[in-house]
Design a protein around this ligand. Structure first.
Ligand SMILES: O=C(O)CCC(=O)C(=O)O
Length: 350
């Protein structure tokens, strides 16, 4: 199991406890300052402004928020100050957030040990020794039957429903009201929430991270229909979501197939093993070459097939993307990543 890059990087500084709003969540006020007031005046001292991606992820996950919708709210006319931000958080959560969830978040931000949100994982079947060895070698692994079949099917049905599409009628697959994209901003459907909490799924992430204080990103769904005249695959093409600056830190990303996904059916693809060669590959690039452009022509891209309910996990150093769907049915998926309260990352984005 690869654990080398896992570091606990301290707890939140005492100062963030000073400005607790009505939710009583440390760091929330500072997050709001960083994201909003900072645009107008630099209220955060530069020496303390290291991005704080890990804390932001924990905070947003604990409060059940997606990063893009949060940004949209902060730039909307409804945002009139910190109080309106807290009110929006409550509204987004259906009017209230359970005290247990808030306590876990407070504890985590205070540096206290918090266990898995999915309960005790000891007896949950996880990745086998062979699967962990495969992960170390190839940088990805498929977790079979990672979620409850009922939640899997309900999540797929919810995606068809929000798109006003019918699995049996190809004519309905191409009117994505969210634009020319394979992304579908369905975030809090009960089946999506249940999938993020599936013990088997959580256990796999916990094994790879080597810890259980994990927080799911409140991520969206995906619907990648077969290519046809008038619809060509819009991406995402091969990319990294992590910084290419050193150090290249550990991170796990994931996609849950909600229906059977043969390789040609718009499957997730990646360059297996690249997490072990990224550094030398970057060093060997001709001077001035943009790695994010160069990787687009790499010949070793592999489509990863999976059955309904299979979760593909990959190391964030693997170049990856989706692929054109040359099959007969849409690829239907939910994006899922779980990260610890704090983790190590390169401060510089490159
Ligand atoms: O949709 C896919 O298969 C690719 C996912 C992806 O590129 C990502 O999550 O960053």
């Amino acid at each position: 199991m690869e654990r080398a890059a896992i570091h606990a990087v301290g707890t939140v500084e005492a100062e963030v406890w000073e400005q607790l709003g009505r939710l009583g969540i440390p760091y929330l006020h500072r997050y709001w300052q960083r994201r909003w007031l900072k645009l107008k005046e630099p209220v955060v001292e530069p020496r303390k402004d290291h991005g704080e991606w890990d804390l932001e992820n924990t905070l947003l996950s604990g409060l059940g928020l997606n990063i893009l919708e949060t940004g949209r709210f902060l730039h909307s006319p409804s945002h009139t100050g910190f109080e309106s931000f807290e009110q929006w958080i409550l509204d987004t959560n259906g009017g209230a957030i359970e005290e247990e969830r808030l306590t876990r978040l407070r504890d985590a931000l205070a540096g206290k040990a918090v266990g898995s949100a999915a309960g005790c994982l000891d007896d949950v079947p996880g990745l086998t020794a062979d699967e962990l060895a495969f992960w170390n070698e190839h940088g990805y692994v498929v977790v079979h039957d990672a979620v409850d079949a009922e939640d899997r099917d309900a999540a797929a049905a919810a995606l068809y429903e929000i798109l006003d599409a019918d699995p049996a009628d190809p004519g309905t697959w191409y009117k994505n009201k969210f634009g020319k994209t394979i992304w579908v901003p369905l975030l809090r459907h009960s089946a999506f929430v249940a999938n993020r909490r599936s013990p088997r799924l959580v256990k796999a992430f916990a094994q790879l991270w080597g810890r259980e204080d994990l927080w799911p990103t409140i991520d969206q769904g995906g619907f990648n229909p077969p290519e046809r005249a008038g619809w060509s695959f819009p991406g995402p093409h091969v990319h990294w979501d992590a910084s290419l600056a050193l150090p290249h830190c550990f991170g796990v990303q994931g996609i849950l197939y909600l229906t059977d996904t043969p390789a040609e059916q718009g499957a997730f693809c990646c360059i297996p093993g690249f997490h072990r060669t990224l550094e030398t590959w970057l060093e060997d690039l001709p001077a001035g070459e943009d790695p994010r452009r160069a990787i687009l022509c790499h010949p070793r891209l592999k489509a990863i097939e999976g059955g309904a309910g299979d979760l593909v996990l990959w190391h964030q150093s693997l170049p990856h993307g989706s692929s054109p769907n040359r099959g007969t049915k849409p690829r239907v998926a939910q994006y899922i990543a779980l990260r610890p309260t704090r983790w190590a990352y390169a401060a510089e984005w490159k």
